[in-house]
Write a protein that binds this ligand. Structure first.
Ligand SMILES: C[S@@+](CC[C@H](N)C(=O)[O-])C[C@H]1O[C@@H](n2cnc3c(N)ncnc32)[C@H](O)[C@@H]1O
Length: 271
């Protein structure tokens, strides 16, 4: 059985619109400018249900062929069936590939003109990051990795317990899951360093989710997951968590709660 945690399709759905408005359009434009003329072959690692393709394909020239890679065949099966078109309005062609990043080989990416990922780097290990970077460096295509958690959240109004739970959440992000030590908020630094060491240029952009009361459904889901993870990591916080959750839920219900969840996007290309 795979040691990888499975992501719920409903969670990807509830965050999709905020993800789309948060990713760096500037880095996407820069990525587009690095592409060769003509046919594009884009590989999306940890593609889930294909959110990155839906967002990015219309920003790139075509014709485009995408390969969606994910270890979880179930999530690939939840792909949005609506047609996707490139910047010129041509339909994008897509296929899926069920595989773990551990098994990623440069030959898997042969012919790629761009490699992308979204909301992936923080849930992988240093070893998997090395495998991805080695494969990308070998094929030489630029990479655009969006929406990696940065390890910072701002809740407004502030609460004295925020930092306590934030620290526990970050420790949870870096936890060891059945022998896999996750990179969590260290991911962009690690991946950026690997590309820079290989002589590649690296640019990052801050891409926070900026959530207002209009995003109450996502705030509610995110907050419960964030707090549950913090308590799972540090069960001794369980006693404080009940009152804290109730305070935050009241603020959410009365339209007072705003949240910024910090992320980073990274673009890397051969110098
Ligand atoms: C948070 S989801 C993001 C999905 C999608 N990229 C998006 O932005 O909606 C992370 C995805 O990466 C996949 N994943 C995580 N670790 C993986 C690994 N080691 N090998 C292959 N897929 C992995 C998961 O199955 C999941 O679909």
């Amino acid at each position: 059985m795979s040691a990888l945690p499975q992501v719920a399709p409903a969670w990807l759905l509830v965050r999709a619109e905020v993800d789309d408005r948060s990713r760096s359009a500037e880095l996407a434009r820069d990525a587009a400018a690095l592409l060769p003329a003509g046919r594009q072959v884009v590989h999306d690692l940890g593609s889930g249900s294909g959110a990155m393709m839906r967002w990015l394909a219309p920003l790139l020239s075509g014709p485009q062929r995408w390969v969606l890679h994910d270890a979880d065949a179930g999530i690939l099966g939840h792909r949005d069936p609506r047609p996707i078109v490139d910047a010129a309005g041509l339909p994008v062609v897509c296929r899926t590939s069920v595989e773990e990043l551990e098994d990623l080989d440069p030959s898997t990416l042969a012919g790629a003109t761009l490699v992308v990922a979204s909301a992936l780097l923080d849930v992988i290990t240093a070893r998997e990051a090395g495998i991805i970077v080695d494969a990308c460096v070998e094929i030489g295509a630029p990479v655009l990795f969006s929406l990696t958690v940065a390890g910072r959240v701002d809740l407004d109004p502030p609460d004295p317990a925020d930092q306590l739970f934030a620290n526990a959440f970050n420790a949870h992000q870096r936890r060891n899951v059945r022998g896999r030590s996750l990179l969590g908020p260290d991911a962009v630094g690690v991946v950026g360093h690997l590309f820079a060491t290989a002589g590649w240029r690296v640019r990052t952009a801050s891409t926070p989710w900026t959530l207002t009361p209009a995003d109450s459904a996502l705030i509610a889901e995110w907050f419960d997951g964030w707090l549950d993870a913090a308590v799972e990591q540090q069960p001794e916080l369980g006693g404080l968590a009940g009152d804290y959750r109730a305070r935050r839920r009241d603020q959410l219900a009365s339209g007072e709660l705003c949240v910024v969840v910090h992320h980073e996007d990274v673009l890397a290309w051969r110098a």
